[in-house]
Design a protein around this ligand. Structure first.
Ligand SMILES: Cc1cc2nc3c(=O)[nH]c(=O)nc-3n(C[C@H](O)[C@H](O)[C@H](O)COP(=O)(O)O)c2cc1C
Length: 167
């Protein structure tokens, strides 16, 4: 493991995110889950480096954020595309995504977060805010294109507590 200081690698991290090669890892001490994401933000707020994930309430992963204050952001290589597709189309409510994909859960560095051993780069985050999008907040064209089902994303603000490369 080689630590790096955010915002080093920010461009590569954003390219991975845009390509949907990112897995959010969550655990509540009993169960753990992975979910593929392509939408999110890297930046600074409240004088801290942050990753903001956009998670719809219908996702099983969303439930974990009622019980946990930490999560990992795992940046994967193309080699793991099948696993990314799987974690982006199946719900962990019914299956163990680690077992089904062959990915390996490992403990985070300074938190109780679950990390994907096969990731190239990892951000460990501590939740500092949870915000809900509302119909009122959205431009009409975005609302009609993305929220016909009224499943408005939650914005999970995670302070980046560790950032590192994995071998
Ligand atoms: C490439 C890709 C990107 C995705 N990005 C997001 C995202 O940013 N936010 C979200 O709520 N769902 C996103 N999804 C959908 C979830 O990954 C998918 O619904 C997943 O099955 C949820 O798993 P869970 O129910 O175990 O939490 C994405 C799916 C794919 C394939």
């Amino acid at each position: 493991m080689t630590e790096f200081k955010f915002p080093d690698h920010a461009l590569e991290l954003l390219e991975s995110l845009k390509s949907g090669r990112v897995l959010i890892g969550v655990s509540d001490g009993v169960e753990m889950n992975l979910m593929t994401v392509a939408w999110g933000f890297l930046g600074y707020t409240w004088n801290r480096p942050v990753f903001i994930a956009m998670i719809r309430p219908s996702r099983y992963t969303h439930d974990f954020f009622r019980r946990t204050d930490v999560f990992s952001v795992n940046f994967m290589s193309q080699e793991w595309q099948d696993a990314l597709n799987f974690c982006g189309t199946r719900s962990g409510k019914y299956i163990d995504k680690f077992r089904e994909t062959g990915l390996t859960p490992i403990e985070g560095v300074t938190t109780s977060v679950v990390v994907v051993k096969e990731a190239d780069k990892v951000l460990e985050c501590r939740v500092i805010s949870r915000e809900a999008l509302t119909p009122f907040s959205l431009n009409e064209s975005i609302s009609s294109t993305f929220y016909g089902d009224h499943s408005y994303h939650s914005l999970i603000f995670g302070e980046i507590t560790d950032s590192y490369l994995l071998p």
